[in-house]
Design a protein around this ligand. Structure first.
Ligand SMILES: [Ca+2]
Ligand SMILES: [Ca+2]
Length: 724
């Protein structure tokens, strides 16, 4: 390794001192490395069907065991809370994101009735290390509470980010142990080019080497939480170069080639159906930009694989390769969020010259930096190619659909595309089955149970004066040896999306009020043939099981994001919203439209041919006014179902007025002339999780159109008035 670290002897001595334990040198107990990647789909690595080069992970799979039906929780922080604790996320206090909804299941903070894997394994005499993304506390500030930072939750050493997302070239909340640092002024780590994925890999290697130097006889546990390949699409030029031109064939071609390969590998059944195509490549306007998004995504995954290669080399050089259990998994499915895909703040192109550079020692505190360290303002949208530090762009729904081949839905949803992850288990001394596939279902909750099993650790009922919630998971060790894992069921809830799996049966629903769908995963994992009406007895049985789980596991009452109810106090009570092109109000400032009639007046300065005029919400709840195929559409989404009223699109400048009445009747007028009237399925029956935007629809999409659907005309203003 190049000399990038300036090790501080004092910290090594401190580790040595801290690590003195009463445990004998248990050579039989393996080291454990849990590797988690971010926002990647089931088919994104080579040994699960991808065209992206991942030789290291493929090598671990060849010499280890691949699980084909392993599951996460559909979202970053609930997954991390569940993985760290061995509990369902709500039991650990993180049912949604990092905000406190005043409910035990939704505190946005890892609670004290759970223990982390590090706390449990430290108790069993393991050295405990973490490199990467933490994201289980809302306390991200350098000078705030650190009660729930890694060192206070069982880790001996930590290098990484407390926050859930950020620049790869200048991550916010970058922290070593308990101190936030600037990557540009870190006395201990001086790479030629700072890139977070490399920094995570290098620190993981450093922790292995230093552990070995000071505690040669002691096993270690390490949690490596990469942020690849979460947005923004940031990668190193040499890695992007490798994928140039690889994605010219577009979405459908890669879905087809991946599915073919997946069937050959056996990671999906040979008769599985393909889910619906999300986006049409022929209709993509900025094809070169769209291709580049995927080239950068592939480069991010590739770089992570190279880093895992470095970690494996450190295991070899410290003679720990044979007796280390390496587990690789992903935190949620491919992400269809549209962040940075439409221009915002007027910054749509690189300026001719940079502004003032950021001082090297200034901490980066923004998820989306204002500028790169060398002073270039951060720009978004299709006028700028993703990859470098002054861009901040997501790869979008079309490619997320490729990542999740052949399954339905994305990150956030608990259909198979949102929750399916590879799991590679590599342990030469402990996993008997080499290169095989394991088709038994499993979940993140099983990782803690597996660690407790192989480390011969105690999982206490009481700790530090608190009762500890009993483990939910099952050890995967029987599967390592070809045996059956006994379990009753696996459960999910996220943003009201719900599911339960019992054997091959899966009951799943979108949103807190969406209807239950029933699938037999053994022959329909892409969830195409809903059996709910033909097997009401099974629906009843599984619904009852889900309800009992929800009651005992802190799921209820459902998060306000699902119900649009209990945080109404935090929502806006304004009745009039005067907005301009580019307005983007988050949920708390957006119109509270649940059960409301309202009117929207849109002053069109220059008519366009297509795009979103104004939209609030996403794929389970919301409304949108958009132009498509020569028409203007008013769309309402309730429980995931879309209903629309349309009329021909305006041809000259003027005011478009849409009225939604209490009885769900709709009128569309132009220049005070009624053009069309009709009816939608009802008023919004939930406050949408997404905010409101003028000129585009960010995050979840309400209407029936492609993901980045910016209006190509000119809007003067939009006035939304809620009726009394
Ligand atoms: Ca994630
Ligand atoms: Ca939206």
């Amino acid at each position: 390794m190049q000399r990038i670290f300036q090790p501080l002897r004092s910290s090594i001595l401190l580790i040595a001192w801290l690590s003195v334990s009463s445990f004998s040198n248990a050579a039989d107990r393996p080291n454990i490395i849990v590797i988690l990647s971010d926002d990647m789909g089931y088919s994104d690595i080579g040994c699960y069907g991808s065209e992206i080069d991942t030789p290291v992970l493929d090598g671990l799979a060849k010499n280890g065991l691949r699980f084909t039906q392993f599951y996460n929780t559909a979202r970053c922080c609930p997954t991390r809370a569940s993985l760290l604790s061995g509990l369902y996320p709500h039991q650990a206090g993180v049912g949604h994101m990092m905000d406190d909804h005043g409910l035990d299941g939704y505190r946005g903070e890892l609670n004290r009735h759970c223990m982390t894997m590090a706390e449990v394994l430290r108790g069993a005499g393991y050295g405990t290390y973490m490199a990467g993304k933490w994201h289980v506390t809302k306390q991200v500030k350098p000078d705030g509470s650190k009660d729930n930072w890694p060192l206070q939750r069982g880790f001996d050493r930590f290098y990484g980010t407390i926050h859930g997302a950020g620049s790869f070239f200048d991550p916010n909340s970058l922290t070593r142990d308990n101190t936030q640092i600037s990557p540009a002024a870190d006395p201990e780590y001086k790479p030629e080019t700072y890139y977070y994925t490399d920094a995570i890999s290098d620190h993981a290697c450093r922790f292995i080497d230093e552990h070995h130097a000071t505690n040669a006889d002691q096993p270690f546990f390490m949690y490596v939480a990469y942020t690849a390949a979460h947005w923004p699409m940031h990668a190193l030029p040499q890695d992007i170069e490798k994928y140039k031109g690889r994605y010219d064939a577009g979405y459908a071609a890669f879905r087809a080639s991946r599915l073919k390969r997946m069937k050959e590998l056996g990671v999906v059944p040979s008769d599985i159906q393909m889910s619906a195509q999300a986006e049409d490549w022929d209709k993509v306007e900025h094809k070169e930009w769209e291709r580049r998004c995927m080239e950068v995504y592939a480069a991010m995954v590739d770089r992570m694989d190279q880093g895992i290669g470095k970690i494996v080399n450190s295991l070899r050089s410290t003679n720990r390769y044979d007796n280390t259990l390496v587990l690789f998994m992903q935190d949620n499915g491919g992400c269809a969020e549209g962040l940075g895909r439409t221009p915002k703040k007027g910054l749509i192109e690189r300026p001719a010259s940079p502004g003032i550079a950021m001082p090297a020692n200034e901490l980066q505190v923004n998820m989306i930096p204002e500028k790169s360290r060398d002073g270039w303002p951060v720009v978004q949208g299709p006028n700028v190619m993703p990859g470098p530090a002054d861009t901040y762009i997501a790869y979008g729904r079309g490619w997320a659909n490729v990542s999740n081949t052949p399954f339905r839905e994305y990150k956030h949803w608990v259909h198979e595309g949102g929750i399916s992850t590879p799991l590679i288990a590599h342990w030469p001394a402990g996993v008997v089955r080499k290169g095989e596939l394991e088709h038994q279902a499993g979940h993140l909750i099983d990782i803690m149970a597996t660690c407790v099993d192989v480390a011969k650790a105690d999982y206490p009922a009481q700790w530090k004066g608190q009762s500890i919630t009993p483990l939910e998971g099952r050890s995967l060790v029987p599967a390592f040896n070809g045996k059956t894992i006994e379990r009753e069921a696996i459960y999910w809830e996220h943003e009201g999306n719900r599911a339960v799996r019992v054997g091959d049966w899966k009951l799943v629903a979108k949103g807190s009020t969406g209807p239950w769908e029933l699938y037999n995963i053994a022959n329909d994992r892409s969830e195409q043939n809903d059996l709910a009406t033909s097997d009401p007895a099974m629906v009843k049985k599984l619904t009852d099981m889900w309800q009992r789980y929800a009651e005992r596991a802190n799921v209820l009452p459902l998060t306000p994001y699902a119900k649009g109810k209990s945080d109404d106090g935090k929502l806006s009570n304004k009745k009039k919203f005067n907005m301009k092109a580019g307005t983007d109000l988050p949920k708390p400032q957006a119109p509270m439209l649940k059960d409301k009639a309202f009117t929207v007046s849109i002053k069109i300065a220059k008519p366009g041919t297509q795009g979103v005029l104004v939209a609030q919400g996403g794929s389970s709840a919301g409304f949108s006014i958009y132009q498509k195929a020569g028409k203007v559409w008013f769309a309402v989404r309730r429980n995931g179902q879309l209903s629309t009223v349309s009329t021909s699109a305006p041809k000259q400048a003027g005011t478009l007025k849409v009225t939604l009445n209490k009885d769900a009747s709709v009128t569309i007028a132009y220049e005070n002339q009624t053009q069309s009237s009709g009816k939608v399925s009802g008023l919004l029956n939930a406050m949408p999780a997404d905010g409101i935007q003028v000129g585009t629809d960010l995050a979840g999409i309400v209407g029936d159109h492609q993901a980045d659907f910016a209006f190509d005309g000119e809007l003067q203003n939009v006035l939304l008035t809620i009726s009394e």
